[in-house]
Design a protein around this ligand. Structure first.
Ligand code: NDP
Ligand SMILES: O=C(O)C1=N[C@H](C(=O)O)C[C@H](O)C1
Length: 247
């Protein structure tokens, strides 16, 4: 496939490596410098675009790809408050968008088991639940997109928690969540690639469910696999639809 890389930072550069390794070609690399002059005509002819940029740019990039008729895989996080508008635009334009807060296989298995765990513990109200995420200090958004997806999996399977709230440790006064609020605690430490933990605590014990990324390679390979999956499809998808862990 001919791939456009939208964003050529930490992720874009590793994605390029995996794309070439899997026999694809890089059609165009776009970053902050050449993005302002980019038009729909410049990207027509590419098979797919992969966006790992910044939230506002990802929204512009999705619009540009819809205009040009180029399918786009979006790994950028921090724009999910606009998800419904983007979905409507995509479906109206008969376009093709696949987004995901995390493209690694490990985290997608984690998402699946997180839902099962929340369901299993639903009757046992003595357990309170909290989500923790740790990322590098360069990260622009908090909580992480992955933590939001984990929180949604818990909220969908809880009759106690109604919404999530976020606190960034060290940045603001500590939030004491109300009983119905699911706390997502964000930590920013040096160069940590991404660690997510779900904690269920009762008076007598604690269950810890944790995923630790050792590098960004799993995210990058997953993004290329997602682009291959999207090839030839129309519609609005999320990465979890690629996997079927119930088979
Ligand atoms: N879904 C997943 O699996 C994962 C998602 N992410 C998400 O991906 C995003 C990028 O992460 P990361 O690579 O670490 O970030 P970086 O900061 O390393 O890279 C961001 C890149 O975006 C570029 N950029 C900035 N503005 C624009 C623009 N207007 N158009 C195109 N590109 C632009 C920057 O260009 P310049 O260098 O010129 O400033 C830079 O190349 C984040 O939102 C992060 O949360 C990260 C890992 C995994
Ligand atoms: O910014 C990052 O680095 C990461 N962002 C994604 C997120 O917000 O969940 C995925 C991964 O954890 C790394």
């Amino acid at each position: 496939m001919n791939i456009i890389l939208l964003g050529y930072g930490k992720m874009g550069q590793i994605i390029e490596r995996y794309a070439l390794k899997r026999g694809h070609q890089i059609f165009l690399v776009v970053d902050e410098h050449n993005r302002p002059s980019l038009t729909a005509d410049d990207i027509k002819g590419a098979d797919v675009a992969i966006d790992f940029s910044v939230p506002f740019a990802a929204l512009d990039n999705m619009n540009l790809c819809l205009e040009a008729g180029v399918p786009i895989v979006v790994g950028t996080t921090g724009w999910y408050d606009q998800l419904e508008e983007v979905k409507t635009k995509c479906l109206e334009a008969d376009g093709s968008i696949l987004y995901g807060s995390n493209f690694s296989i490990g985290v997608n298995v984690f998402f699946h088991i997180n839902r099962m765990l929340a369901k299993a513990l639903q009757p046992y109200k003595q357990y309170d639940v909290q989500v923790e995420e740790i990322h590098h200090i360069h990260k622009l958004d908090a909580p992480s997109g992955t933590a939001i997806t984990i929180a949604e999996g818990i909220l969908d399977n809880s009759d106690v928690k109604t919404n999530w709230v976020n606190t960034v440790i060290g940045d603001q006064d500590e939030i004491i969540p109300k009983p119905q609020e699911l706390l997502i605690e964000s930590h920013r430490i040096e160069e940590v690639p991404g660690t997510h933990t779900v904690l269920y605590s009762s008076e007598v014990d604690q269950i810890e469910f944790k995923h630790t990324a050792h590098s960004r390679d799993g995210f990058a390979l997953g993004a290329v696999v997602a682009a291959e999956w999207l090839n030839g499809k129309k519609g609005f998808y999320q990465v979890t639809e690629i996997f079927d862990f119930n088979k």
